[in-house]
Write a protein that binds this ligand. Structure first.
Ligand code: UDX
Ligand code: UDX
Length: 463
């Protein structure tokens, strides 16, 4: 079975880059990315490649090559569904904020709406691919909706979880460790799997394309993120101990990471992990375990989140304690707001929670981030509903220059590991700050010895 047209519903951080690379590598396949958000689609179509709705290194070149040739962005969801032989569902699946499973279960309303829309419109056989991260057995629900349309159209459901990390999305898509495709182990299911394998095989070696059944594929996605997040929480769980014993967390990480069974990656101590996936996926895993009565397994994974929350509040508390127990009326500069470097995404960023806690203590936060907009930062803080928007705006100042953001500050906190922070004129920053000038390096990226020579009081995580 060969595919001539692909449609992807959801032009976000996952759908946009993934479809761009699929289109780039498969010039003979027409790829239509649709989204109900007109502004987002307009941004994907903008002439000026700096105005793409998401920032990802290398993405502009891929879009420039494929857009208009075989890659299209549109709000005509129905037309694209009608035309496509293969439909990716890449809409967001946030944590539920209401009803049963509130704060834990995935909110699947958008995925279900997509399935219903496909069921309504399709007049020819389709392969439907789950790209959104979903709880185990969601494919069954999608299947149920699609198989009961009574139109005689056949649907095959595949699970093709995304493993790209933001900031390195294009690189991860072009050279993935593996591609995972789950589907029914029936004759037609296997054919659908093969159709998707062939699309990836145009650039990914076949032995790196793993095929399995639907449930294993869905569970593997949750598990991969749970394991990665667990490594971050595990290393962060040792930072306090390092601080009180004189051990150095970076040295410990290096020492254990050279054990090939442990490996060096994802052992960087931090203010805590953020992003749209880690917390949501673990909460999902916890919720599924709880629903099945597997309390010990649920508690085991929940601890990864508890540790992460602790790390964020501990960092904020350390700032307050170091500044003589009070930050009321003090200015605290933030370098970075994004949840990691090289992205403008701020979902679940530690910055939001740390700012909230410091504002609770009546500190004034002055932020500089190279890629995040002021509108986004205000909306992130307001989203916590801790106080009114007017109150928040009195405590949050956003700057488009790091030097002005740190002018007159009592302390500065490094929240994101943007490379440019290392290149600043730190003498100039020191001269502009109140003394004693404190640096709280939440990413351990700055040169401690050089900063201490200038006169800063430097505190890193886990040292
Ligand atoms: C993705 C995955 O889908 C999610 O499950 C995973 O955990 C993280 O990555 P992401 O691409 O980051 O989500 O989400 P987002 O950037 O919010 O994009 C989703 C897009 O879908 C939005 O542009 C939204 O407008 C669109 N959408 C949503 C629709 O077009 N229709 C809908 O019904 C719902
Ligand atoms: C993650 C997964 O890596 C990816 O495979 C999946 O598809 C989506 O979720 P992402 O959330 O984009 O990707 O970023 P990731 O690089 O995994 O970082 C997540 C968070 O952990 C960031 O806040 C990052 O700063 C933090 N982190 C990561 C650490 O604090 N220390 C580390 O050593 C690594």
């Amino acid at each position: 079975m060969s595919i001539s047209t692909i449609c992807c519903i959801g032009a976000g951080y996952v759908g946009g880059p993934t479809m761009s690379v699929i289109a780039q590598k498969n010039p003979s396949i027409k790829v239509i990315v649709v989204d109900m958000n007109q502004a987002r689609i307009d941004a994907w179509n903008s002439e000026d490649l700096d105005k793409l709705p998401i920032f990802e290194p290398g993405l502009d070149a891929v879009v420039a090559e494929a857009r208009g040739r075989n890659l299209f962005f549109s709000t005509d969801v129905e037309g694209a569904i009608h035309e496509a032989d293969m439909i990716f569902i890449s809409v967001n699946t946030p944590t539920k904020t209401y009803g049963a499973g509130k704060g834990m279960a995935a909110d699947l309303q958008y995925v279900e709406l997509c399935a219903r829309q496909i069921a309504k419109i399709a007049t020819s056989d389709k392969i439907v691919v789950e790209k959104s991260t979903l709880p185990v057995k969601t494919a069954e629900a999608i299947k149920d909706i699609l198989e009961n349309t009574g139109t005689g159209v056949n649907f095959e459901i595949l699970s093709n979880p995304e493993f790209l990390a933001e900031g390195t999305a294009v690189q991860d898509l072009e050279a993935p460790d593996r591609v995972l495709i789950g589907g029914d182990q029936t004759e037609s299911g296997l054919k659908a799997i093969e159709a998707l394998v062939n699309i990836y095989a145009t650039w990914v070696p076949k032995n790196q394309i793993i095929t399995t059944n639907l449930w294993s594929s869905e569970l593997s996605k949750l598990t991969a993120n749970a394991f990665l997040a667990q490594r971050v929480s595990s290393i962060n769980a040792l930072t306090e101990l390092c601080e009180s014993t004189g051990a150095n967390i970076d040295d410990v990480a290096k020492a254990i990471g050279t054990d090939s069974r442990i490996g060096p990656k994802f052992l960087k101590a931090s203010v805590g992990f953020g992003g749209s996936c880690f917390q949501k996926d673990i909460l999902n895993l916890v919720y599924i375990c709880k629903s099945l009565g597997l309390d010990e397994a649920a508690n085991y994974w929940e601890q990864v989140i508890i540790m992460n929350n602790h790390q964020r509040s501990r960092f904020a508390q350390q700032i307050v304690t170091s500044l003589y127990g009070t930050v009321a009326g003090k200015k605290i500069g933030f370098l970075g707001w994004a949840f990691k470097k090289d992205t403008n995404d701020t979902r679940e960023s530690a910055a939001i929670y740390i700012a909230d806690k410091l504002i609770e203590e009546q500190a004034h936060i002055q932020v500089y981030d190279p890629k995040v907009t002021a509108v986004q930062m205000h909306s992130d803080l307001n989203g916590l509903n801790s106080r009114t928007e007017t109150e928040n705006s009195q405590f949050l100042d956003i700057h488009n220059n790091p030097y002005t953001a740190l002018e007159g500050a009592h302390a500065l906190a490094v929240i994101t590991e943007w490379d440019e922070f290392k290149t600043y004129d730190w003498q100039k920053i020191y001269d502009g700050m109140l003394k004693p000038a404190f640096i709280f390096d939440g990413r351990n990226i700055l040169d401690q010895a050089a900063l201490e020579t200038i006169g800063f009081t430097y505190k890193a995580i886990g040292r």
